[in-house]
Design a protein. Structure first.
Length: 691
């Protein structure tokens, strides 16, 4: 990559990280209460929080606005995204007068009751009692089990007190994780009568470890302390990651991972290593620039890449360039000559292998890989087992056809169901398409992108094997009125948000940006839980980070292409009506081309109409053009699907229509980015849950 390209990449990464650090709440939502930032999934207004239990009540009547748990009166002092938060909880007091009678004005025994998904942290807190005539018991509930523990402490004078919490004047004990209810009972053996002059009260509390240090001054200091910080655990739902990942409301977004808390139910989300930000927001986890933060490179230049970094030694030097590695050392001339020779041999070998791959030597390559016991063999299928799985590619097994091949349903000997993509003809273009799809899919790891299981290299025509997605395509669900269950408005909004999230991931979160180039409802698959799986990457293209656009033969879909196509002489393969109309003026495709096609998908979700139909009147044949005209003329209600209008929220429908209209702008610079689209849709989903 040229130097100016590297500098531009580093600059853009810096901007992305800065944006990620600032965008912690949903767009348009308040994100500050007093001195505390309120990140999503928490929120202070309807539509700004993930679920009701994450609502934060910001009390602005005080001089400094204070955030509280809704309806509990418990102030919150810190919110984090790692499954923890800090609250300020009352200190329990047991006070006596000089004659040994209980002082009810000074005494208090606060009770704490938490509701799912919140529990008291057992690893971050300690239970502490302070006093010289004190015993205290803490009772709690963990699930359906009752928990009791306590401690006692005695001392006769201030001089006998040690400066540590070890049983003389102070005692402490650990508590288990998962407590949801806490009650403190305090008492005294002699009602503090023998030590009343320096210790009339006993104190007990659960406090964050490290936030309270006992000393002889603690008896006086605790008189003026009413609350101390306590750490709570919180989770999403009550299912572990393995089950939650298949739910429609799964909360972890791009570049994040699901974490099962220790000894707790539910899950929480974290950004992947090398990323930072908010894992609950679409594209909230952005790349960490290790080069700027710690500069791990020695004499070498540090180059930041998505999720990682690399060190490059100067010309004439060798090594890994890392401070913690071999660093950079000067090349020996003889070694340099050997290195050049080895590099030449390696390049020649690589070119030869590519020629073999792009050619028709599939059988030889497959057998060679298997004989070498390569890791690739785990993903190589034989022609025989795929023929058997598809009943010799019987027409009854056909799932669908596209511009580059036919997709068959297959059943392996272990009863595993797969999908097999078979090219229509054996030609160099098909082999190139095959190689392209393998390369593209190898860079993708996203829950809303179809997973490639492997390929077959023994046949004249390349074969790709995918995980079978049982629920068919989005097109079948919204255009086939004979299906038993039509997609609800809530489900359509979810599908739109997940599809946008996958496209945003392809555009900005892979090591090299990917343009899908064939976004359409038939390429959006739905699994048994209606979770989106974007498919068909044969037309996709990788875009170098220092290149903003590509020149290419058009590949799109009828109905997704601008009417100007019919007045041009361009050669187009694929699906008309989804394709960026600016292509015909520039011969270039960019990420904004996918945005246009996704806009057509949004219109299909709103209207339940196909993208192109010659059975409709001429003015209505191209759905995108008809939709834009209808919006401009104020006739939106006339073209919306009546079923979802009756069921859904009309304001959210209008917001989605406005977003679709912006995606369909003729000028690319006027269209939003996919990342912006994904964020808006996620906000609409939240608003729809809290009308």
């Amino acid at each position: 990559m040229a130097l100016h390209g590297i500098i531009l990449q580093l600059f853009l990464v810096g901007l992305v990280v800065l944006a990620a650090a600032e965008a912690q709440a949903l767009p348009g939502c308040p994100n500050q209460c007093g001195n505390l930032s309120i990140p999503f999934p928490f929120g202070m207004a309807k539509g700004c929080y993930l679920r009701d239990e994450f609502f934060i009540d910001c009390n602005e009547t005080n001089q400094t606005p204070t955030p509280y748990f809704n309806g509990t009166g418990i102030p919150i002092s810190n919110l984090s995204l790692n499954g923890e938060l800090q609250i300020m909880q009352f200190v329990a007091r047991d006070c006596y007068d000089q004659d040994g009678s209980l002082n009810t004005k000074l005494s208090n025994t606060p009770r704490l009751k938490l509701f799912p998904p919140y529990t008291i942290s057992g690893t971050k807190n300690k239970f502490i009692a302070v006093g010289c005539d004190t015993y205290t018991i803490i009772e709690g509930v963990r699930g359906k089990e009752k928990y009791i523990t306590g401690c006692m402490t005695f001392c006769e004078s201030l001089g006998s007190i040690s400066e540590s919490c070890s049983g003389i004047g102070c005692c402490q004990t650990s508590i288990p994780s998962g407590l949801q209810m806490r009650t403190v009972t305090m008492s005294s053996y002699y009602n503090h009568t023998f030590i009343w002059d320096f210790n009339p009260c006993s104190y007990s509390f659960i406090v964050e470890e490290g936030q309270f240090t006992f000393s002889s001054k603690s008896f006086q200091e605790l008189k003026f302390i009413s609350r101390l910080p306590m750490v709570l655990n919180r989770a999403i739902g009550d299912e572990p990651c393995e089950a939650a990942q298949h739910r429609q409301d799964y909360a972890c977004k791009g570049n994040s991972t699901c974490v099962n808390p220790h000894n707790l139910s539910g899950y929480f989300c974290e950004c992947l290593p090398g990323y930072e930000g908010n894992p609950y927001l679409p594209d909230g986890c952005q790349d960490t620039d290790e080069c700027q933060i710690s500069n791990p490179c020695n004499a070498g230049a540090c180059v930041n890449v998505l999720g990682n970094y690399s060190c490059v030694c100067p010309k004439g030097f060798k090594g890994d360039g890392m401070k913690a590695g071999t660093g950079c050392s000067k090349n020996n001339p003889s070694n340099l000559f050997k290195g050049i020779r080895l590099l030449t041999i390696s390049l020649a070998t690589t070119v030869a292998l590519l020629v073999l791959l792009v050619g028709s030597s599939w059988t030889y390559w497959g057998k060679k890989k298997r004989s070498n016991n390569s890791l690739v063999t785990e993903k190589i299928f034989t022609a025989e087992e795929l023929e058997k799985a598809t009943n010799n590619y019987h027409e009854s097994r056909v799932l669908g056809e596209g511009g580059y091949g036919t997709v068959y349903k297959g059943i392996l000997e272990d009863d595993k169901v797969i999908a097999i993509k078979k090219s229509k003809i054996c030609a160099p273009a098909q082999n190139e398409q095959f190689v392209n799809e393998v390369i593209v899919l190898s860079q993708i790891n996203h829950r809303n992108v179809v997973r490639q299981l492997g390929c077959c290299l023994e046949t004249p025509m390349p074969l790709l094997v995918y995980k079978f997605i049982i629920n068919g395509t989005l097109s079948e669900h919204i255009h086939n009125k004979c299906r038993e269950s039509l997609l609800s408005w809530e489900l359509r909004l979810k599908i739109a948000a997940e599809t946008a999230g996958a496209l945003a991931y392809l555009h900005s979160s892979t090591s090299t940006p990917i343009i899908l180039r064939d976004v359409k409802t038939t390429n959006v698959l739905l699994d048994e839980n209606y979770i989106v799986k974007v498919s068909d990457f044969g037309a996709s293209r990788l875009i170098p980070l220092d290149q903003a656009q590509i020149t290419t033969l058009v590949q799109g879909t009828l109905g997704y292409l601008d009417p100007e196509y019919f007045h041009t002489n361009h050669h187009v393969q694929g699906t008309l009506g989804y394709l960026d109309p600016e292509y015909f003026h520039t011969n270039h495709l960019t990420e904004k081309s996918d945005v246009y096609s996704f806009g057509v998908v949004l219109v299909e979700l709103l209207t339940s109409k196909v993208a192109l139909s010659f059975a409709r009147p001429e003015a209505e044949r191209n759905l995108a053009s008809f939709f834009v005209c209808s919006v401009e003329e104020g006739r939106l209600n006339q073209i919306l699907d009546e079923d979802i209008v009756n069921e859904g929220n009309i304001e959210t429908l209008k917001e989605l229509a406005d977003l679709a209209n912006r995606c369909l702008r003729v000028k690319r610079e006027e269209r939003p980015t996919m990342k912006h689209v994904a964020t808006e849709l996620e906000g609409m989903r939240i608003m729809a849950k809290h009308p």
